[in-house]
Ligand binder design. Structure first.
Ligand code: 6R9
Length: 658
């Protein structure tokens, strides 16, 4: 990153001591070939055949990569396939009908199991139902459902008939739904009457109704009756009951549509901690190959595993690593409707124990919450079935990393810290758990076949230990093909900054800052917008946060810049939440001391506010923009996009009390 003098700033990345993967893990790992990076490199882009080979193609592709029209890359051109047939039909045909595909754990302790055959039947019936409604190939179907089995079933039914889905996270507002349906000109909506929030019935249908009122187009709506008597609803015009629609097509089958590798599989709006959401377009062949390959190579998923990713399917992590990746590999994927602390803070560990989960993938924000609640909760259960742990979504600093490994992974499980984005479709940076040494706090090297560079403001690679902008310098199969809002915006948002069209040199800009160490390991520091300028120095909020959270007793921290009273300086302002058994007075001095020794005096927070929680987006990322407004005493606008809006008032009261 530029320090104002055109030079990168140097200090060590916040990593803990390196760890080798345990021998017992490496012996059984799906990828244990230490030369795989070099092998992929020597054979690029054809190395990606290895990913495409994990799929069944209706027609083989002619070309692995077509870069004629960069940055509008095309992968596996000429190939035809169907994503739903890859995720379900072929496992049924291969004698795995009775194998469990989805194990659903409901919010109120309900459980359901879907075998691959069950899934096959349900997907076909819903596909027939969607056809009856008039859905044709390439029509965008919007899905606004919570974590119930009807959600992946509907996604796969859409994929079966070649209708791209656009899943809108169920917790988003009517406005957010309407904006997305309007942008995609979507005329079909699959939603439900409501769902349980903690113990109470929450009305989803009324949000869907409000969205429909705001739309110009006619919308045909299918409603899942999730709550029965707990929330009676009436169907209006152009509305169908999901299970009745399914029943009228009982036993029917629908031929999977042969999709071109480059045909759109789905549209996904970015969660966005900043700016307007963007409609990211993912296609069929490249995306599915890439998620299947990373599910195997990084998450080490085998068909006989029980695998659990704790994300919501309404975000990219759930699309790629609850639905498409695991099902393409024919494994058992756990789907959990509830929250980690209901009815008690041991809920996840109970589910892992009871289902003998092999691989568990979650977000750092969740790990920090577990740490805050204390080790007694995982300590009550037998978690020895776990073989591998993963994180995604934010940086994870060494302390929570170590806690996760110790108290969930029994001190044994390797952890993969996977870096990727809605736009990248699948994991791009991570250790390969059977091959690479782990360094707590750093994600790892770019995966085989992926080329990433950390560059300064001029696009020149920075030296080891320096901070800069994270760019991807070669295309990859799972990459977004464009934005639904237009090709121009796609080029402007991701390519323009570090590319030179005149020499046909295209580099993808991730919008993240990162630090590269001498072994090529990447520590992602956060979004470029999360950089604070103090006394002419660019400080990344994540580095300061990591220095704060390495103090004993600190669970979570967020730092932002605050204009000083005179207006010509920026002070650092920290929000901190402590673990059980600690309070602010215990840790204040250690925070100041540690930030000063790790980063320097300039980074020491001028003020520290202790709060039980930090404000989070619905996908669990810390909302620094809002904290900055609070610090600067600015009006906050709409806080409904937050997962925990009630915390804002508490933080303001705490700030005003000082
Ligand atoms: C998959 C997902 C993408 C942004 C990304 C970065 C942050 C994701 C991370 C990470 C540090 C990791 N991020 N994984 N930061 N270490 N392992 O989260 O997609 O919702 O689009 O967010 O999340 O800032 O740019 P998305």
């Amino acid at each position: 990153m530029d320090d104002g003098n055109g030079r990168g700033r140097t200090h060590p990345a916040p990593t803990g001591s390196p760890r080798d993967p345990p021998a017992s893990f490496a012996e059984q790992a799906t990828v244990s070939n230490g030369g795989i990076h070099e092998e992929f490199d020597a054979n690029w882009p054809d190395c990606w055949d290895r990913a495409a080979e994990l799929l069944s193609w209706i027609e083989p592709y002619d070309t692995v990569l077509d870069d004629e029209d960069a940055p509008f890359y095309r992968w596996f051109t000429g190939g035809k396939l169907n994503a739903a047939a890859n995720c379900v039909d072929r496992h049924v045909e291969q004698g795995r009908k009775t194998h469990t595909a989805i194990r659903w754990e409901g919010k109120r302790g309900e459980r359901a199991t879907y075998t691959y055959q069950d899934l096959y039947v349900a997907i076909n019936e819903i596909a027939a139902g969607l056809r009856e409604l008039g859905v044709e190939t390439d029509d965008v179907v919007t899905i606004y459902l919570p974590m119930i089995p009807e959600l992946p079933i509907t996604m796969l039914a859409c994929a079966r008939i070649g209708a791209p889905h656009s899943v809108v996270f169920a917790g988003l507002s009517a406005d957010a739904l309407a904006t997305r349906m309007d942008a995609a000109e979507s005329e079909y909506l699959i939603t439900c009457d409501g769902y349980y929030r903690r113990g109470d019935a929450f009305n989803q249908k009324s949000k869907a109704d409000n969205a429909r009122l705001a739309l110009e187009q006619d919308v045909r709506t299918v409603v899942v009756d999730r709550l029965g008597e707990d929330l009676p609803h009436v169907l209006g015009d152009a509305e169908w009951d999901y299970h009745e629609l399914q029943a009228t097509h009982a036993g029917e089958t629908v031929e999977p549509v042969a999709r071109d590798a480059e045909d759109m599989l789905f549209l996904m709006y970015t969660s966005g901690t900043t700016g307007e959401p963007k409609g990211v377009v993912h296609t069929t062949g490249g995306y599915l190959s890439h998620v299947a390959w990373t599910s195997r190579a990084v998450l080490d998923i085998e068909p006989e595993d029980t695998y659990w990713c704790g994300a919501d399917i309404g975000w990219i992590t759930g699309h790629s690593y609850i639905v498409y990746g695991p099902l393409a590999l024919g494994t058992t994927t756990v789907m959990y409707e509830g929250t980690p602390d209901y009815p008690d803070r041991d809920r996840l560990w109970e589910i892992i124990d009871r289902n003998a989960v092999d691989v568990f993938y979650t977000a750092p924000t969740a790990v920090r919450a577990f740490m805050k609640w204390g080790a007694e909760y995982p300590g009550r259960y037998d978690l020895s079935s776990l073989r591998l742990l993963g994180t995604v979504g934010e940086p994870i600093s060494p302390r929570p990393w170590n806690w996760y490994r110790e108290h969930v992974g029994g001190g044994e499980c390797p952890i993969v810290d996977t870096w990727w984005q809605t736009e990248t479709g699948a994991i791009l940076v991570s250790t390969l758990p059977g091959v690479d040494e782990m360094k707590p706090g750093a994600s790892g090297r770019p995966l085989p076949g992926i080329d990433a560079q950390v560059v300064d403001a001029d696009g020149t690679p920075v030296a080891a230990g320096d901070t800069g902008y994270l760019t991807i310098t070669r295309p990859w199969p799972g990459m977004a093909r464009t934005l639904y809002d237009g090709d121009e915006r796609f080029v402007r948002e991701y390519w323009e900054r570090f590319s030179d069209p005149d020499t046909d040199d295209w580099n993808y800009f991730s919008g993240d800052t990162a630090c590269l160490d001498e072994d090529g390991y990447i520590t992602v520091l956060g979004r470029v917008d999360d950089v604070i300028s103090v006394e002419g120095k660019q400080l990344s909020s994540m580095e300061i946060e990591s220095a704060i959270t390495s103090v004993d007793g600190i669970a979570e921290a967020a730092v932002v810049g605050r204009s000083s009273d005179s207006g010509d300086e920026t002070d650092i302002y920290a929000y901190v939440s402590t673990e059980r058994g600690y309070d602010g007075t215990d840790v204040r001095a250690s925070i100041v001391g540690n930030v000063e020794s790790v980063i320097g005096e300039a980074a020491v927070p001028r003020d520290i506010v202790f709060t039980p929680e930090l404000p989070k987006t619905r996908s669990g990322k810390i909302m620094r923009r809002l904290l900055e407004d609070i610090a600067n005493g600015e009006s906050l606008g709409d806080t409904s996009a937050l997962r925990n809006p009630e915390i804002v008032g508490e933080i303001q009261a705490e700030r005003d009390g000082r």
